[in-house]
Design a protein around this ligand. Structure first.
Ligand SMILES: Nc1nc2c(ncn2[C@@H]2O[C@H](COP(=O)(O)OP(=O)(O)OP(=O)(O)O)[C@@H](O)[C@H]2O)c(=O)[nH]1
Ligand SMILES: [Mg+2]
Length: 306
C-alpha cells in the first residue's frame, strides 16, 4: 500500500535489542533515546518486560524493543522473561544482537541466541558493546569469529556509555529499514506509562542498594499517583507504592535498621521522579511479603507480552 509518507521516502520499523543479561541492552536504549526509560544496574536480570522506545528522525521512525536478558531461568518469572525476549525476534523487522567485547569467544548463552537468529533468518546487526574494557586486537578477533557465523547486516563495536557511538547505530538501522508510515505520534518516546516509569524507578534504586538475592525477588506496585496543588498553589505529585518481596527476612532487609534502607530507596527514587515529572514529589513506600510470587501465575502474567 502506498501511503503519503511512502512517497516521501519515509522509513519505519520495529527493532528488538536482544542479548545475554547485563551486556548493556538497556544502556544502549537509554542512550539512543536520550531519556532514561529502562533501568540500568550492574546486576543480571534487570529488565523484566519488553519496553518500547520510539525514536523520531527526520526521515524515519524507529521503534526499539528492549528485552529481558537471556539467562537460564530458575523461576516462572524467569521463564516468562526469556520467552518474552525470544518472542520479539519473530515480530520485528530488524534485530540488534548485543554481545560483550570482553568475551574471548562465543559463549553458551550467546550461542543459543545466535541459533534463534539463524532460525528466524532476520536482518541482524551485531553490536559489540563495552569496547572501553578491551584492546583493539580483541575486538578484531571477535569480529572475525562472528563474521563466519551469520550474514550480519553490519558489525558495530561501541561503548554504550558514549553518545556518538549510538548515533552510528541509528544511521545503520535507517539504511536497512523498509519504507513505511510512522506508527506512533511524534511526541511519544515510549509505551511506558507514568506509573510504569515510576515503579521502574523505585525498583532500580532498590536493585542498586540491596544485595544478594533480595533485589531479584522484588516487585513494585504503584497504588496511587495523583497530581495536586499544595496550599501554596504549587504542583506536587502524590505517589504511593508497595514493594513486594519474597520473605519476611527480605522485608526486614528492605526496611533496614531504623527504616534507613527504605528511606534511602525512597530518597533516591524521589530525586529521579522529580526530575522526570518536573514537579515536587511526595513519595510513600510500603513493604509487603508475597511469598514465592515469582512462581505465582497470577503475578507473573503481568510480565507477559500483550
Ligand atoms: N564499561 C562499560 N560498562 C557498560 C557499558 N554498557 C553498559 N555497561 C554497564 O553494564 C551494566 C549492565 O547494563 P544494562 O544496560 O543494565 O544491561 P542489560 O543488558 O540491559 O541487562 P539485563 O536487563 O539484566 O539483561 C551496567 O552497570 C552498565 O553501566 C559499556 O559500554 N562499557
Ligand atoms: Mg536491561
Amino acid at each position: 500500500m502506498e501511503t503519503e509518507q511512502n512517497k516521501n521516502n519515509f522509513k519505519s520499523g520495529f527493532v528488538s535489542i536482544v542479548g545475554r543479561t547485563n551486556v548493556g541492552k538497556s544502556s544502549i536504549l537509554n542512550n539512543l533515546v536520550g531519556q532514561k526509560i529502562a533501568s540500568v544496574v550492574n546486576k543480571p536480570q534487570t529488565t523484566r518486560t519488553a519496553i518500547r522506545a520510539i525514536i523520531n528522525r527526520e526521515n524515519s521512525q524507529i521503534i526499539f524493543i528492549d528485552t529481558p536478558g537471556i539467562h537460564k531461568p530458575k523461576t516462572k518469572l524467569g521463564d516468562t522473561m526469556v520467552e518474552t525476549a525470544f518472542g520479539t525476534i519473530g515480530d520485528v523487522d530488524l534485530i540488534l544482537f548485543v554481545v560483550e567485547a570482553t568475551s574471548e569467544e562465543i559463549g553458551k548463552g550467546d550461542r543459543i541466541i545466535l541459533e534463534k537468529i539463524k532460525e528466524s533468518n532476520k536482518k541482524t546487526i551485531l553490536i559489540i558493546n563495552k569496547i572501553d574494557l578491551v584492546n583493539r586486537e580483541q575486538i578484531a578477533k571477535l569480529i572475525e569469529t562472528y563474521k563466519d557465523e551469520y550474514n550480519f547486516e553490519a558489525i558495530i563495536p561501541i561503548s554504550a556509555l558514549k553518545k556518538c557511538d549510538v548515533e552510528i547505530i541509528l544511521e545503520e538501522i535507517e539504511k536497512k529499514l523498509n519504507y513505511g508510515p510512522a506508527y506512533y505520534s511524534k511526541e511519544d518516546f515510549t509505551d511506558q506509562t507514568l506509573r510504569d516509569l515510576a515503579s521502574e524507578t523505585i525498583r532500580e534504586k532498590a536493585l542498586k542498594l540491596l544485595k544478594d538475592e533480595v533485589p531479584h525477588g522484588i516487585f513494585v506496585e504503584i497504588e496511587k499517583m495523583k497530581r495536586r496543588k499544595t496550599m501554596e498553589n504549587e504542583p506536587i505529585f502524590n505517589i504511593e507504592a508497595t514493594i513486594y518481596c519474597l520473605k519476611d527476612s527480605h522485608k526486614g532487609i528492605i526496611i533496614g535498621k531504623n527504616g534507613l534502607m527504605l528511606k534511602k530507596i525512597g530518597m533516591y527514587a524521589r530525586q529521579d521522579l522529580e526530575k522526570m515529572l518536573e514537579t515536587k514529589v511526595n513519595l510513600k513506600i510500603w513493604v509487603k511479603v508475597k511469598e514465592d510470587w515469582v512462581n505465582n501465575d497470577n503475578f507473573v502474567k503481568k510480565f507477559k507480552m500483550e
